[in-house]
Ligand binder design. Sequence first.
Ligand SMILES: Nc1ncnc2c1ncn2[C@@H]1O[C@H](COP(=O)(O)OP(=O)(O)O)[C@@H](O)[C@H]1O
Ligand SMILES: [Mg+2]
Length: 409
Amino acid sequence: MINKRVFSETKNKLIRINILVVSGFLIIFSLFTYFYFQSITYNSIDTKLRDEYKYISIQINRSSYLNPIVLSDPRDLVYIYDNDRLIYYTKTNYFDNIVPDYTNEKANSCFTYKNDNYTFRELCIATKNIKIRIIRNIDSEQSLLKQLLFVIGIGIVFSIIITYFIALYLTKKALSPVENAWYTQVKFIQDASHELRTPITIVSSKLQSLLTVPNNTINDELETIADAMNETRRLKKMINDLLLLSKQDAITTLEIEKIDIVELVKEIYRDYEDISIIQNKKLKYENNLKDRFITSDRNKLRQLLLIFIDNAFKYTNVEDEIKITLNEKDNKVICTISDTGIGIKESDLNHIFDRFFRSDNVRNKDIDGSGIGLSIAKMISINLNCKIKTHSLENEGSKFEIIIPRQNS
Ligand SMILES: Nc1ncnc2c1ncn2[C@@H]1O[C@H](COP(=O)(O)OP(=O)(O)O)[C@@H](O)[C@H]1O
Ligand SMILES: [Mg+2]
């Protein structure tokens, strides 16, 4: 599937970027560490070579340099030239043949060179006709630096491997809500198109049937036209609900104010009183609140309660009872909307808040609806910090408890 590919490509891209960034920083840091240690090591050797030079030049100034010279560090090799003629050198069993000849360009500075697998650091200072070369074998320091480089290299490889797994875990975690939102959206569009298709099919088949009887009058085809109009009304309602649902998704801003919930419920009760008489149903109202004030969003709360009351009227038969009760518990107001209507099957209870869900018996009885009402209710209740408890028995009735916090800030 194309979306799966997009997500896995994004994941790989993020992992690659993570690894690149981490390895880049690691390499820069490692190079810095390596060169820093190298410079510390060379500086300390250079200081010792310069000390050695001072020590030797004092001896040369004090006496004839033909006397054997005493070195402060026996590791050093010393070569003294008078007008390019070697007049003194340290006798050693190891490096005699390998120390290269004095090179003029590098006079008065410290430099490193390799000779026959040995590495040397040399200080060469020329004053008037006397040139002094102090040379130290720095193989041990070089091997320490090599070890440091090796450890750093291993550290980089391990860090990159660990970074890969951490990046894998983190990108998975970071992308999963996006992925879920994406699939929910896709499912929503599929469901919405499916639900919209039914009324459109009915309307088009009704219109088509009219085309087959061109000589009939409108009067003759009243039923077909009425059916088509009913479906267009259903379609309109569904589209309005869908729009509302998409707005509820996006708009989470609330207009919090002090509300007299008793007055709000009474207002709704009065609106439905006439309908209950027309439909021959009993509408009751009971208030057990001591404190009738809460802070919440009045319009959204009204919208929420209306969804349940609307359903209660829709899913009850004549003579059934619908009751709105207000109670309080633990600083919360509980508004219960109960009915003695058709009830909900136990297996359907977990799905009634899903978008487009409608019980089979409701669909079969051709009761108007889109299955969106309760998903809007769920959305509003999340926004308002309300909880909804559902109790229902098939053929006995339903009870919805809306638990509203007194303070919504
Ligand atoms: N009071 C109720 N009594 C019986 N069934 C109900 C009641 N309220 C909701 N339902 C069930 O839950 C489903 C979803 O409700 P809703 O989201 O409001 O959609 P609609 O009312 O448009 O079908 C309904 O189709 C119905 O099957
Ligand atoms: Mg409904």
